[in-house]
Design a protein. Sequence first.
Length: 94
Amino acid sequence: MPIKILLGRRVHGVVVVGKKGRAVGVVSELDISKAVERNLEEVTVAEIMSTPIRDIGADATISEAVEIMREKGLSRLYILDENGFPEGILSTQL
């Protein structure tokens, strides 16, 4: 797991895609910090990823996305197409 790369590039979370390319979860800084307490050579992404993914369709408005983020206290909202494929991310983090 390339933890140093994620943290070194100020990446706060990544989408995990399954074998068919659909989003199946997210690994966040918090997930990684919890995993650090264990042997990282033995921890799998599936064990630490958060599910379900917090997402919105690409056809949603920005105001809809902001409302969801406020209501759920999210700093990131993933944009998925109608088939569950990742298209982008909205983030409050720089």
